[in-house]
Design a binder for this molecule. Structure first.
Ligand code: DP6
Length: 419
């Protein structure tokens, strides 16, 4: 290794998407190995709008493993980071970079330290599954750096050790996390059901709901649920297995009515299970409930579902519209009910794919003020100004990729320190 000098630095940069579950993972049968009590299914979100970029580097000059998240150094001492690092290191193989004249053998990897820098292109504090994209990206990038010849499913089982939902971010499109049976968790991994092109009509609108409330973390919340909720046992044994089969069929057949019905019901049951926990956990707030009511009324009036909603461990709504036309209508209705505070600007109130705004006929803040009242609203004089911090318009997206453009690297290629 590094015969010529101790100065070399080798690095890999990757980009990995986040995902939103439409059949939820909630509850572990093994806390350390992160093994779930049921299968789950998710949609991968377009990394153009929501993703993590991670640069991993190795050099004989590094005296310890270090990591920076959004520019700030964070500790790698946690069990979950350590599991991921250990699992990937044990699968490292020989690396020969002819251009740089670097040879690293399988044995060398045990002694070499890594530097990791990670960056989310969306606010980490917004509660948008940043740990899912983060751990998936860490594992994917390290696997490339260390020439670990595992396929994406095998890598998903390692990302799972970082955060359960992370295993589903190793693929684009529609993904199933199979809970598995093995005590050691070797068969608890993600598989792709369909790629992002399979159902590309779908449009996803995320409402980032303003909230001062400190939420219970998923990890703590699901631990309490497993210990106290009888409803969870019923859900995991009786409800989810049947729903998974139906959801797979709905995705395969582009059956939006069934897809929406299953996604909404499953989100609601997940929140019911939270309520059935002792002490009860409240993730949704009044704004979340208002959004549910709007969508439910609209879907009923239309005679067939137009939009599906799903909520994770927080008040943010993830809304999936059947096509662009419906998405434009959805955006109009949402902007009517939840207009921005008067000092906002449209450009930072609607993020992501802004072309939906054009379809919705909204090109200015004034246009929001003169939108027609949706028929679903009881009292159109009451608009909940400022209750949604901002919206993100996106779509189903691709899985992890390696980035080769040096300008996107987060570590300095010479020093291996943050740029
Ligand atoms: C509600 O994956 O964040 O988003 O495995 O403890 O890290 P840990 O939990 P995490 O839980 C996600 C829960 C959820 C549902 C889902 O994504 O399936």
């Amino acid at each position: 290794m590094a015969e010529e000098s101790q100065k070399w630095v080798l690095m890999v940069t990757a980009q990995t998407p986040t995902n939103i579950a439409v059949i939820k993972y909630w509850g572990k049968r093994d806390e350390t190995l992160i093994l779930p009590v049921n299968d789950s299914i998710s949609v991968t979100l377009d990394p153009e709008h929501l993703c993590t970029t991670t640069t991993v580097s190795v050099s004989p000059a590094f005296d310890q493993d270090r990591m920076w998240l959004n520019g700030k150094e964070i500790s790698l001492s946690g069990g979950r980071f350590q599991s991921c690092l250990r699992e990937i290191r044990s699968r490292a193989t020989d690396v020969h970079d002819k251009e740089k004249g670097i040879k690293i053998t399988k044995k060398d990897w045990e002694k070499l330290n890594v530097h990791i820098a990670s960056y989310n292109n969306f606010p980490t504090a917004a509660g948008l599954a940043s740990s899912a994209a983060g751990f998936a990206c860490l594992v994917f990038a390290l696997a490339k750096l260390m020439n670990a010849n595992e396929d994406h499913s095998q890598l998903s089982a390692i990302a799972r050790r970082g955060s359960g939902s992370a295993c589903r971010s190793l693929y684009g499109g529609f993904v199933k996390w199979i809970m598995g049976k093995d005590e050691k968790g070797t068969d608890s991994l993600a598989v792709q059901l369909a790629d992002e092109k399979h159902w590309d009509e779908l449009v996803i609108v995320i409402a980032v709901v303003s909230s001062q409330q400190k939420e219970t973390s998923s990890t703590t919340g699901m631990r309490d649920t497993v210990e106290t909720s009888l409803l969870l046992q019923h859900r995991a044994k009786e409800v989810v297995p049947k729903r998974i089969l139906k959801m797979e069929e709905a995705i395969k057949n582009h059956d939006f009515a069934s897809f929406a019905q299953l996604a909404c019901t499953d989100s609601n049951q997940f929140h019911a299970v939270c309520l059935d926990t002792c002490p009860p956990i409240f993730y949704m707030n009044d704004t979340s409930h208002r959004i549910i009511s709007l969508v439910e009324k609209w879907n009923r009036a239309a005679g067939t579902p137009q939009v599906a909603y799903t909520f994770d461990a927080g008040p943010n709504a993830v809304l999936i519209a059947r096509n662009r036309e419906t998405a434009a209508l959805l955006v109009q209705k949402l902007l009517f009910c939840f207009p921005p505070k008067s000092d906002a600007d449209l450009n930072s109130f609607v993020l992501g794919d802004k072309s939906i705004l054009k379809d919705a006929g909204v090109d200015s803040l004034e246009a929001i003020e003169s939108l027609p009242a949706p028929p679903e609203i009881k009292d159109p004089s009451q608009r909940h100004r400022g209750d949604v911090s901002y919206f993100i318009c996106t779509r189903p997206g691709r899985g992890p990729v390696v980035l080769s453009d040096e300008s996107q690297f987060l570590l300095n290629p010479e020093t291996g320190l943050p740029k």
